[in-house]
Design a binder for this molecule. Structure first.
Ligand code: ADP
Ligand code: MG
Length: 385
C-alpha cells in the first residue's frame, strides 16, 4: 500500500505528427488506502491518466509518484501496480486457479505451494473458491470478472488500477459488482484508482472523485462535495442523474432575467456575482418545487411526460423550448400538456458565469450534508470483520 501523487501530468500524443492532448496539467493526490474514481465523458483523458500511472504510456510532462518515489522511468512491471481492464481476457485454456496464479508464477520466486496459498486466500475473500478448477468458458460474465480482479489482487500491489472493469456486464450485475469491489477495496485497503464514464459508479464507489473534461481536471473532491458544491457548470451537469436544470439568464439591476424569468436576488447572492452579466442559473430536480401559482421566483412549464420510479416521479417539462425536470413525490402526478409553476427557491440555486463556466454561488450546505453523519435510529457499534 502506498500513496499516489499525480503531479502536473501532461500527455501529448503525436498523431501523424499532429499533437493530440490526452491529459493537460492534472494534479491529484491520493492517500494510502483511498479509493479514487476518475470520471468524465469518453475521450476526456481517463485511460491516458491511468495508463501513465501504470507506465504503459510515458508522461510528456510532470511526475507520477508512488509512495513518495518518482516512478516515471520505471517499467510497468517494476511499479508494483496491478491493472484490470474492461476486456479482462482470461487465458481460455487455463483454470481460474491457473489464471490467478500465472502472474505470481512468472514474476515472483514464490514456490508452487505459496502461489496456491495466496490464490486460495484471495479466492476465499472474493467468494470464488468453488470456481478455482473451472475454465473461463464454464464461468458467467460476473464470475470471469471476479477471477480477473482476483488475478490482479493476488499480486498484492501497492496501487490497484481499474479501467471501466464493469462496462461489459449487464446493469444488474454491474450494480452488484459495484458494491462488491467497494467492499473488497475496503477490506484489502489497497490504494485504488477506478476509471469510469458512469457518474453513478463515481458517486457510489469513490472516497474521492476526480472529474475530467477535455484532458483537464475539473474538480477533485468527495462525491457529495462535487454534487452539492460543483466547481463549475460542467461538473454540475455531469454529476447527478437526472442532470441539474440550467437556465441562461442576464444579470440586470439585481435581477436574473430571460424570456421566462425576472428573478430578484438577495444582497448576499448579488455580492457573489461580482461583474458577471451573463449567468447560468442551475437547480437540481429535487430542489425545484411545483407551486400553486407563479411568482417572481418561478418559471412556467408545460408537462411533456411523467416518469414514475415508485418512490418519486420525474416530471419532464418544457420551459421556453428547454427541457427541465422536477422531482416530485411518487403519488403526485401531472397530465401531459398541463401547465405548472416551477419555483426555484433562492436557497437552492447555483449560479455559474456563462463565459467561464465557473461556479459563482452554490447553496450553503452544512458539514453534515457533505460529510457522513450517523443514521438516526442506527444502533450498535460497527464491527470490522
Ligand atoms: P477516455 O479514457 O477518457 O475515454 P483517453 O484517455 O482514451 O480518454 O483519450 C484522451 C484523448 O487522447 C482522446 O482525444 C484520444 O483520442 C486521445 N488518445 C488516446 N490514446 C491515444 C493514442 N494512443 N494515440 C493518439 N491519441 C490518443
Ligand atoms: Mg478509456
Amino acid at each position: 500500500m502506498a500513496d499516489l501523487h499525480i503531479e502536473n501530468l501532461t500527455k501529448v500524443y503525436n498523431v501523424h505528427s499532429d499533437p493530440v492532448v490526452g491529459v493537460d496539467d492534472v494534479n491529484i493526490e491520493l492517500d494510502e488506502g483511498n479509493f479514487l474514481v476518475l470520471v468524465g465523458p469518453s475521450g476526456c483523458g481517463k485511460s491516458t491518466t491511468l495508463r501513465t500511472v501504470a507506465g504503459l504510456e510515458s508522461a510528456t510532462e510532470g511526475n507520477i509518484r508512488i509512495g513518495g518515489e518518482v516512478v516515471n522511468n520505471q517499467k510497468p512491471k517494476d511499479r508494483d501496480i496491478a491493472m484490470v481492464f474492461q476486456n479482462y481476457a482470461l487465458y481460455p485454456h487455463m483454470t481460474a486457479r491457473q489464471n490467478m496464479g500465472f502472474g505470481l508464477k512468472m514474476m515472483t520466486d514464490l514456490s508452487k505451494s505459496e502461489v496456491d496459498e495466496r490464490v486460495e486466500d484471495v479466492a476465499e475473500t472474493m467468494g470464488i473458491r468453488d470456481l478455482l478448477e473451472d475454465k473461463p468458458d464454464e464461468l458467467s460474465g460476473g464470475q470471469q470478472q471476479r477471477v480477473a480482479l482476483g488475478r490482479a489482487i493476488v499480486r498484492e500491489p501497492q496501487v490497484f488500477l481499474l479501467d471501466e472493469p464493469l462496462s461489459n456486464l449487464d446493469a444488474k450485475l454491474r450494480a452488484h459488482m459495484r458494491t462488491e469491489i467497494k467492499e473488497l477495496q475496503q477490506k484489502l485497503d489497497i490504494t485504488t484508482v477506478y476509471v469510469t464514464h458512469d457518474q453513478t459508479e463515481a458517486m457510489t464507489m469513490g472516497d474521492k472523485i476526480a472529474v475530467l473534461n477535455n484532458g483537464e481536471l475539473q474538480q477533485l473532491g468527495s462525491p457529495l462535495e462535487c454534487y452539492h458544491q460543483p466547481a463549475n457548470r460542467f461538473v454540475a451537469g455531469f454529476i447527478g442523474e437526472p442532470s441539474m436544470n440550467f437556465f441562461d439568464v442576464e444579470y440586470e439591476g439585481g435581477r436574473l432575467v430571460n424570456e421566462s424569468l425576472d428573478y430578484p436576488l438577495s444582497d448576499s447572492l448579488q455580492s457573489d456575482i461580482g461583474n458577471a452579466d451573463r449567468l447560468v442559473l442551475g437547480i437540481r430536480p429535487e430542489d425545484a418545487v411545483v407551486a400553486n401559482a407563479p411568482d417572481d421566483h418561478s418559471v412556467v412549464g408545460s408537462v411533456t411526460v411523467v416518469e414514475p420510479l415508485g418512490s418519486v416521479n420525474y416530471v419532464h417539462t418544457d420551459v421556453e423550448g428547454e427541457e427541465q425536470i422536477i422531482e416530485v413525490d411518487g403519488n403526485q402526478y401531472a397530465d401531459e400538456g398541463q401547465r405548472i409553476a416551477i419555483r426555484l427557491p433562492e436557497e437552492n440555486i447555483h449560479l455559474f458565469d456563462a463565459d467561464t463556466g465557473d461556479a459563482l454561488h452554490n447553496p450553503d450546505v452544512t458539514d453534515e450534508t457533505i460529510g457522513h453523519s450517523e443514521f438516526e435510529g442506527g444502533f450498535g457499534e460497527a464491527t470490522s470483520d
